[in-house]
Ligand binder design. Sequence first.
Ligand SMILES: *[C@@H]1O[C@H](CO)[C@@H](O)[C@H](O)[C@H]1NC(C)=O
Ligand SMILES: *[C@@H]1O[C@H](CO)[C@@H](O)[C@H](O)[C@H]1NC(C)=O
Ligand SMILES: *[C@@H]1O[C@H](CO)[C@@H](O)[C@H](O)[C@H]1NC(C)=O
Length: 550
Amino acid sequence: MRRTTPNRLFYSLCILIIVTFFVLTINIYTGPFTEPGHENEITPGQNAAIDSPELRRRRDLSLKEAWLRKRELRNRDAPSRFDGIYVREAYRVSDNEIRFVYLENQDNNMNLRAEVASLGWQPVEYFCFNASCFDILFCSMATRFGSVRLPLNIPHEPFIHLTTETNDEFAVVPVTDVRLHPVQHHYQHTLGVCLQPIFFFTDWTVIMQFFESWIAQGATKFYFYKHSYTWQTKKVLDFYKDSLGDSLELIDWSDVPVHARDRGSYDRDPNSRVFRHAATAFMHDCMLRARSVVKFIANTDLDDLAVSSNLNISETLETVSKRHPNAAQFKVDWILSHQPQHWDSVNNPKDLNFDLQSVRVLEIDNIRWDYRVSKKMFHRPERVMHFDMHSVYRNEPSAEDKKQQYTTIEMFENPDLYFLHLRRFERHLLNPLPVEYNNNFNQSLLMKLNTKMLDQFNKRIEGTEFAESPLTPWSQEARQTMRDLEQCRREAFGSILDDQNQMCQQSSSGCEGMLTGGVPFIKTTMTWTNVAHKALFNTYVEQKKKFSIF
Ligand SMILES: *[C@@H]1O[C@H](CO)[C@@H](O)[C@H](O)[C@H]1NC(C)=O
Ligand SMILES: *[C@@H]1O[C@H](CO)[C@@H](O)[C@H](O)[C@H]1NC(C)=O
Ligand SMILES: *[C@@H]1O[C@H](CO)[C@@H](O)[C@H](O)[C@H]1NC(C)=O
């Protein structure tokens, strides 16, 4: 009988422990990542499998997965990867304040500084547009409001210098003077419209409906923001610019700058974290821009049709504001409606007839709750401070009593003024079918509006080359693009959004990759400056030219 020496026993034990350790370790690595149904394939004791190619492959895969997960978690905890601070333009809102909108990641903690005549570099105060301090859900690139205090009586300067607390260089940002006359202000326009940036935009017919419906009811000023659009859209905009002149301001509104290598990456492209091409920033930029120029501003989208019973919205607003001299905005109904589309028969501008008589208003009980209660607003630009499409978070202090804010006037269920929401995709906004229409709605008013719009439009295009210039093909591609964009409300970077999958949706960087219509889009040139840029020029390079955004 062979005796086992203590020494041998010791070695055997060691080997057993080591083997067990490996098997267990490998199982831990493989465990969480094996596909369902394969969990029991490798168990401790099946030593033969330790070195099999299959096992090695799995081990490598699982190590890689573990590493990727770890990186993802680390990245989630370190949002400072998005450290840009993006600025466009500033506005002199009063004798002692310059205000501007900027974008930065919600937990950025770098402060801005501004150079103020006679005071030198001063910290910039900042505000969020509501208590939560971020824009929408998981879109972490948030809108901020910078405020620079000025000593009294300094004259207007057309530029301001902005930088961060750690940067040696500064950006030169244009400043528009939007101060009201201190005694009796005269507005150049009574009614104006701020239009949400058009975005991978294909439906040029609705642009004409938009302009003609507003002009027919008294609007004389348009701030039309644009991000990306088709060549047909450009033709239409060029035509209206010719026709309307200074009444139409076309404003480029681009993505924020991104390195070509990072474009379209959820982890590295800041545009993947910006909700709908910075919709919140746009609204406030437009409202600041309209100050002192326009008395009442509608903040709206192309599929919103404003209607007033006298077909004169500016007159209606003048009348109610006489009754409410302290109002900052008038809130009106926003009614979900159907407008049948006949895109295939529209080949050139002359083919358009608006067809408002075929609009049907939905029965209120049919509409999803959030869309049933949402409203739209007409603002007095110099009286509103922070707001979104449907709500107001803060108004300016009232001139009569500085302790009070200007007020919001509700004009609900008012047949004299409302918006129809002509949404093209409404299936998810309706309760179960069949769809029912509101038959009490006054259809004849829409017919009257349609006639007015058509007369006006025919006069505008009469005898122009534009009237009959072919803008085809477009309908097929437009349908596909709109369908893809609609899907982008529910999906981001290949993930269907739900309570578990919480990602930023409707970002330009997320939606662009989902477009399958093969449409080439015209994109506006870069309009944002990153104030927190890193590389520095030598001091002998002239500062002023380097960062001017124009
Ligand atoms: C802030 O605004 C966002 C976007 O409109 C909204 O989702 C959120 O509920 C608001 N938060 C507060 C505290 O009002
Ligand atoms: C609206 O009414 C005002 C006067 O109250 C008038 O000056 C203006 O021309 C009218 N606009 C339209 C489009 O009817
Ligand atoms: C419907 O609108 C037309 C045109 O504005 C108006 O003349 C008519 O009185 C309205 N009908 C009702 C029932 O309000």
